[in-house]
Design a protein around this ligand. Structure first.
Ligand SMILES: *Cc1c(COP(=O)(O)O)cnc(C)c1O
Length: 397
């Protein structure tokens, strides 16, 4: 997945354009910047990549989720349904707005289970946040239908699924708003950065203002701009955008390599009857950033991970034992370990985490193995790796 594996001349050239004129800020300084608008240029490239009318760059993927939700009016006391398997950024971004993360089980897509989502809806629910984990997607037809039926926002965190599609549409563009991260380990990297995409003009204008202190961005004199509403600073810098601009131009090349490597490994593992690949919903095409499969039980998965480690196969995980991605290890959320006081509403809203269990999620995550697909492997290296993986899995079974 990581675009940084293939840094080259183009990245340096784009960054040098910025350093040559010294304007590191994305807004203003029109005269000094000699026509270089890297953030604007990247937004325009991403409109094409994600087939979305509007793109707002921000400082991170976490910021993108907060800005997306905030721009659509989600705030204090609102409930946002999110999956148990994701990255900690999901609940962080919700709680930053004073809203309440309501965790729901996943299914064999490794995304939100539509039945669990429907069961989690209350009068306070404002949004369903789908997280397209590990290069693939949740059952979007069912989730879209639920969102429409209950008049809820559908927000897509597609940070790990750049290049995946559903019914021909880029992931991230299926819901009302989509969020992307360009942090150091994502398919396209800016170093740090993120984006909100939407076809809704109002949400976009809100995101544009909100991510820059509420500035209205009217006219060319930044000092004369007014503040229609409160905002924060989630701006991306020109330096970061410059790196992203080089990377997005290379995205088709990255995705081709990713798919080639993915297919070689998938084919080698498909000869093992105990290996069951994750379900990809009908109409879905994976980005191939990760290869995910299930083994018969947790014990076997743990043994395979151990065998991979000892056998020199890196970058594969069982997320049941992972601190960042699964509810099981989120004690800081369950015990609300906050540096500063948290509102009574959010505290009460999170009490369910003391007793709620997530057996369905445990069932899938405990048996899952997720392998990162790297871009820097040669075809020969992938073939050797694929054979080694198959051999190690068989040795455990
Ligand atoms: C990386 C990631 C984020 C957060 O992105 P940052 O840019 O690191 O803040 C959010 N959600 C998911 C699923 C991610 O993988």
């Amino acid at each position: 997945m990581p675009g940084f594996e293939l840094f080259g001349e183009l990245e340096k050239q784009e960054v040098n354009d910025v350093l040559d004129n010294g304007v590191l800020m994305r807004y203003g300084f029109d005269g000094m910047r000699k026509g270089h608008w890297k953030a604007k240029a990247l937004e325009s490239e991403l409109q094409n990549t994600f087939q979305s009318k509007h793109v707002q760059l921000v400082s991170s993927g976490t910021a993108a989720v907060s800005v997306a939700l905030g721009s659509a009016g989600v705030g204090a006391g609102d409930e946002v349904i999110m999956p148990t398997f994701t990255f900690v950024a999901s609940f962080e971004a919700i709680m930053m707005l004073g809203a309440i993360p309501v965790l729901a089980d996943i299914d064999d897509t490794l995304g939100l289970n539509p039945e669990a989502v429907e069961a989690a809806i209350t009068p306070k629910t404002k949004a369903i946040m789908v997280v397209q984990m590990c290069g693939s997607m949740a059952n979007m037809d069912a989730l879209k239908a639920i969102a429409e039926k209950h008049n809820l926002l559908l927000v897509e965190d597609a940070c790990q699924a750049i290049g995946g599609t559903f019914n021909g549409q880029p992931l991230g563009s299926v819901g009302d708003l989509g969020c992307f991260s360009f942090d150091f380990v994502k398919t396209i990297t800016c170093g740090e950065g993120g984006a909100v995409i939407t076809n809704n003009e109002k949400y976009y204008t809100n995101a544009d203002h909100y991510s820059d202190h509420g500035h209205d961005h009217v006219g060319s004199d930044r000092g004369a701009e007014t503040h229609p509403f409160l905002g924060y600073n989630f701006r991306i810098s020109e330096l970061h955008a410059a790196v992203g601009l080089a990377q997005v131009k290379r995205l088709p090349e990255f995705l081709d390599i990713q798919r080639r490597n993915f297919n070689i490994i998938r084919e080698a593992l498909s000869t093992i009857p105990e290996v069951v690949f994750r379900t990809v919903p009908e109409g879905g095409v994976e980005s191939c950033a990760f290869l995910n499969f299930f083994l018969p039980d947790l014990e076997t998965s743990r043994k395979v991970i151990e065998a991979f480690k000892n056998g020199g196969v890196d970058a594969c995980w069982n997320y049941f034992d992972n601190n960042w991605h699964y509810i099981r290890k989120w004690d800081h959320l369950k015990n609300l370990k906050s540096l500063f006081p948290i509102s009574k509403e959010v505290k009460e809203g999170l009490e369910y985490l003391q007793t709620r269990t997530f057996e369905k999620s445990d069932h899938y995550i405990s048996r899952n193995i997720s392998c990162l697909i790297k871009l820097s492997w040669t075809e020969e290296e992938v073939k050797q790796r694929a054979n080694k993986m198959a051999e190690l899995i068989k040795s455990v079974l």
